[in-house]
Ligand binder design. Structure first.
Ligand SMILES: Nc1nc2c(c(=O)[nH]1)N[C@H]1C(S)=C(S)[C@@H](COP(=O)(O)OP(=O)(O)OC[C@H]3O[C@@H](n4cnc5c(=O)[nH]c(N)nc54)[C@H](O)[C@@H]3O)O[C@H]1N2
Ligand SMILES: Nc1nc2c(c(=O)[nH]1)N[C@H]1C(S)=C(S)[C@@H](COP(=O)(O)OP(=O)(O)OC[C@H]3O[C@@H](n4cnc5c(=O)[nH]c(N)nc54)[C@H](O)[C@@H]3O)O[C@H]1N2
Ligand code: SF4
Ligand SMILES: [Mo]
Length: 724
């Protein structure tokens, strides 16, 4: 502490999945420091450069603090909350009355999973809208993980987490946790955990078309041709069976259809897949042997393998590899968590294909449709066409494939409302914007990320600042809209009323009390309550992950289905990939995350925006010389859907034939009010990704491995990234 007037506030950062404990020094109502909380039992002091943004978001002069309505001349006017809620409810009701329930679409963005108020209050509002046109960032992200979890383990949230603190062998495909800080694997301080892995003699192997920050600290890295990981996984399994390395152990007692897996993988020996994936057959064999014979091992694949053309098969085969080598539900393997508030117990299992999208017939999952279908549902004529849209914490113009097409569609809507505190690339198209409070103004509990954490912990973060009487939390906005739009019979409305009365805080207390560590309602019992969390501001350690199968399975017989039929059926498509010889004609594009960005929305904070242009296209020098291109010149990236211009950066960290560009840029649209981001616009990767490219099995977007043409930019001048 600098002096005795500085008070210290402890909380968890909710900006990414790592939920780092932070320590905020406050003097005279102003933040004087943000540091990692060394006493947080989970993050042990780790933070990243983004943590300071918690303050910058709060202080940002561009942040909307009042509801706004767009006027006829396209300007924005401040209005009161009551008027904003009235106009929103009226806009939605009118469209549903005139055009049917499905005429309202909703898009839920990623920050909802980082915001417990939204997690608790968005689902009932969504249900009450009774539209099938629900979309979210899930289908540009982890949808294949959920589909595999439902079909194999019986619940969409039974997501195995790599037990990285105890494993001896970590095989990573399509993830860069050294930069992303881990995803579907909450593990604050990944690099330190990796050092610990090495110290105990463990190994890290990385499969990635780019020699990433994670690959650089790995024991081994293999380039892979984008989109071919399912073939590699098939070959790894083929070797495991061919060489008799399978050892299911106790898992064998509750696994079905092992023989089907064995019969399927026969067609994919390393020699067949090697030329397509770009990894030698002997290297694949060694990889399989090392994995299968390690004391413990876990295969983990993330966005690079989820958002590709065989994303669902990848997540299936990753689970299968962990199972057949005896590494599921085992210390040091892929394990299930036991969070203090258990969403597995309180949410639906998810089912695939019960509904489908109107225009293209893409399959739905767990009440949602793939967002790659959103744009076409707006202009395509027909009775159920979407005419009103609600976005909640989302920026689909920059985040979903073919953003240009979506923008054109948004302009055709009769009504649009956004819950967001920025006028950005998406919300600028709306009629009403409902700004929520920022993280430091509300309390927080990581409902989702404790479910995905490599260790069971619990932490309650109280609010730091009083938001004042004219501010609304996300949950309050959602609860009020629900109240105004509720169509349930009067007798059923008490539930909604009760939830709004309780609010997230008291709902959390109940969740903790009736969760696996809870005390129930017994006043003197020693179990977990909110009060106990409040007494432990650094968080509580609830211990390492523990084996819990078959009890935790939610399949009918509590058995693991190793070969769900939709996956087995899709193998035919995979065989075609094996047989199709690569043409080598065009380059393929993949994404790249950066430490100081967070998807599309953290480019407005000066402290994160110093240095040179980050929105660069990275290419192997030999590919550049084939094309006659030079380092640092401006190039055009051209695809079926669009064309963008960015700066070229040459590096042999790229596999030949592959180029990489970060997403979430493209802040040069007119009518936005994000002044810092506008000075560093970059270009949007999703202007060149293709809404028609999806994994047909579940409709997840293909954001990696897309063919593109790279050519010299029309404007060759030294256009710097500050021009608009
Ligand atoms: N090409 C390509 N595209 C991708 C990806 C990729 O790797 N490549 N990644 C995909 C992935 S994994 C994801 S998760 C998506 C993200 O896609 P989105 O969720 O659509 O986009 P974000 O950039 O996270 O935008 C979040 C929006 O919510 C607002 N916001 C932030 N916090 C809050 C809050 O607490 N409450 C409210 N109401 N609003 C808030 C921000 O101002 C911003 O407008 O992008 C996807 N798009
Ligand atoms: N700093 C920062 N952290 C973030 C985010 C952010 O935007 N910035 N976003 C957050 C979100 S929403 C998410 S979902 C997570 C994502 O977390 P990660 O999945 O760890 O994210 P990426 O860094 O995009 O890693 C994906 C990797 O896949 C590789 N790849 C691309 N195509 C292929 C392929 O076909 N095969 C293989 N094997 N690899 C491929 C890419 O080169 C890249 O290294 O990160 C979260 N954390
Ligand atoms: S790693 Fe994620 S949770 Fe940790 S400080 Fe950075 S943004 Fe926050
Ligand atoms: Mo994500």
């Amino acid at each position: 502490m600098e002096n005795d007037k500085v008070t210290t506030h402890y909380r968890a950062c909710n900006l990414c999945e790592a939920i780092c404990g932070i320590e905020i020094g406050v003097r005279d109502g102003a933040i004087v420091s943000i540091r990692g909380d060394r006493e947080d039992p989970f993050s042990r002091g780790h933070i990243c450069p983004k943590a300071v943004a918690l303050q910058d978001i709060y202080d940002d002069p561009d942040r909307l603090r009042h509801p706004m309505r767009r006027t006829k001349d396209g300007d924005w006017k401040r209005i009161g909350w009551d008027e904003a809620f009235d106009l929103t409810a009226e806009g939605i009701r009118r469209v549903q009355r005139d055009h049917g329930l499905d005429a309202v679409g909703v898009y839920l963005g990623n920050p909802n999973v980082h915001n417990w108020g939204s997690l608790l209050f968005a689902p009932p509002l969504m249900r009450s809208l009774r539209t099938r046109n629900l979309f979210s960032a899930t289908s540009v992200d982890q949808l294949p993980h959920h589909v595999a979890a439902t079909l194999m383990f019986g619940h969409k949230l039974l997501l195995p987490v790599p037990d990285i603190d105890r494993t001896q062998h970590l095989l990573v495909l399509g993830a860069n946790p050294a930069v992303s800080n881990g995803s579907m694997m909450t593990a604050p301080g990944f690099k330190r955990r990796l050092e610990e892995l090495k110290r105990r003699g463990g190994r890290l192997v990385v499969i990635d078309p780019r020699r990433t920050e994670t690959a650089r600290i790995a024991d081994q890295h293999h380039f892979i041709r984008p989109g071919t990981d399912a073939l590699l996984l098939m070959a790894l399994l083929q070797v495991v069976f061919d060489e008799g390395l399978e050892r299911l152990g106790r898992l064998g007692e509750f696994c079905d259809s092992l023989a089907t897996v064995q019969s399927v993988v026969i067609d994919f020996p390393p020699e067949h897949v090697a030329p397509v994936v770009g990894i030698g057959a002997e290297a694949i064999r060694t990889m399989a042997r090392e994995f299968a014979t390690a004391d413990s091992a876990v295969c983990y694949g993330r966005i690079g393998v989820s958002t590709q053309v065989f994303g669902t098969l990848c997540q299936w085969l990753i689970n299968v590899l962990n199972v057949v080598t005896g590494n599921l539900d085992r210390v040091g393997g892929a394990m299930f968590t036991r969070p203090a508030v258990d969403l597995v117990a309180s949410t639906g299992r998810g089912s695939l294909g019960r509904r489908s999208s109107r225009v293209r017939g893409l399959p739905g999952f767990a009440g949602e449709l793939p967002v790659a279908a959103l744009a076409e549902e707006i202009p395509t004529d027909g009775p159920d066409r979407i005419r009103a849209l609600m976005t909640v914490a989302g920026n689909p113009v920059l985040s979903t494939p073919n953003g240009v097409q979506l923008e054109r569609a948004l302009a055709e809507l009769d009504f649009m409302v956004a819950t967001d505190c920025y006028t950005n690339e998406t919300t600028r198209h709306g009629n009403i914007t409902l700004p929520r409070t920022t993280a430091l103004e509300h309390d927080h509990y990581a409902l989702v990320f404790n479910l995905l954490a490599v260790r069971n912990t619990a932490k309650y973060s109280p609010p730091l600042f009083d938001p004042g009487p004219d501010a609304r939390h996300d949950w309050q906005i959602l609860a009020e809209l629900h109240r105004r739009l509720d169509r349930s019979p009067l007798t059923a409305r008490w539930k909604r009323w009760l939830k709004a009365k309780l609010g997230p805080r008291r709902m959390l207390d109940l969740g903790l009390r009736f969760g696996p560590y809870g005390s129930g309602l017994r006043p003197f019992a020693s179990g977990l309550t909110l009060r106990r969390l409040e007494k432990n501001p650094h968080g509580l350690d609830l211990g390492p992950l523990e084996p819990c199968l078959p009890d935790r399975l939610r399949t009918r017989e509590r058995r693991i289905e190793l070969s769900p039929q939709p996956f087995v059926d899709d193998v035919k498509r995979l065989k075609q990939q094996l047989d199709a010889r690569p043409t080598g004609a065009s380059l393929v594009l993949i994404g790249r995350r950066q430490l100081r960005s967070n998807n599309s929305w953290m480019h407005n904070y000066r402290r994160l925006m110093g240095g040179t242009d980050r929105c660069t296209l990275v290419m192997h020098p030999d590919d550049a010389s084939d094309l006659g291109l030079e380092d640092s010149e401006r190039v055009a990236v051209v695809s079926r859907t669009g064309r963008i211009e960015v700066k070229l950066e040459l590096s042999d960290e790229m596999m030949r034939g592959v180029v990489s560009l970060p997403h979430g840029w493209g802040h040069d649209r007119t009518g936005t009010r994000i002044s810092t981001a506008e000075q560093h616009p970059g270009a949007s990767l999703n202007d060149v990704t293709d809404d028609q490219q999806v994994d047909p099995l579940c409709g997840n977007a293909v954001l990696n491995g897309l063919p593109v043409r790279i050519e010299r930019a029309v404007d060759k001048g030294p256009k710097d990234d500050h021009s608009r």
